[in-house]
Design a protein around this ligand. Sequence first.
Ligand code: PEP
Length: 238
Amino acid sequence: MKHKIFAANWKMYKNPQATRDFFKKMISFDLKAEMIFFPSALCVEAAIEATKSSNIQIGMQNTYPQNEGAFTGENSSATAKSMGCTSVLVGHSERRSLFHENEILADKVQFVQSIGMKAVFCLGETLEQRETNQTEKVLSHQLETGLSKANSENLMIAYEPVWAIGTGKTASAAQAEAAHQFISQWLEKKNFKKTPLLYGGSVKPENAAELISQPHISGFLVGGASLDPESFKKICSV
Ligand code: PEP
């Protein structure tokens, strides 16, 4: 049986009280699935506190690749680790497009792994790139650059086609599986072993079962549908 992983990207939603309320409900479901939540940095402390006697893990949505220093406005995953966080998202499409992150991603993955946290490396093509048959070329390039300093320990990949994030348009199960298979072959060639591959992009209770049944999809990174405990519970129950 497949080991499934359910990750939740809350982006810049929820305040500490809403975070506590969410976890009170979520924990009451007593789900056994592996779940990792990525609240905004200001809600990490509330999330850690609210989930401390549960199987739920908490992570950061971003990190600066240094322990500490004169980096005004940035957050350190080393600090997050000391608070109890286990994982860090790196290279989410919103970081790539809105904050122009590209070259720095390899350093972020390396830093996160160096302090013993799990890097969840996100990648995916735009609609224009898909429509001009560049998907594989783009994914290869993102893998080559983003993972150039990575090792296979403490690594997860989230394939998130940009055109499916927050748009309500999901990749079909066949499209998602094809991309996952391509990524999986790339990882094997580079000797990255046993790397879980998550799919992200408008995952909802209605499409989760078909997507998770694909052989190369080991779980999900969910945005919108993870903000409501009932809807995320349905996704985690597939
Ligand atoms: C995301 O933000 O990583 C994401 C997949 O969002 P959504 O599920 O809302 O498309």
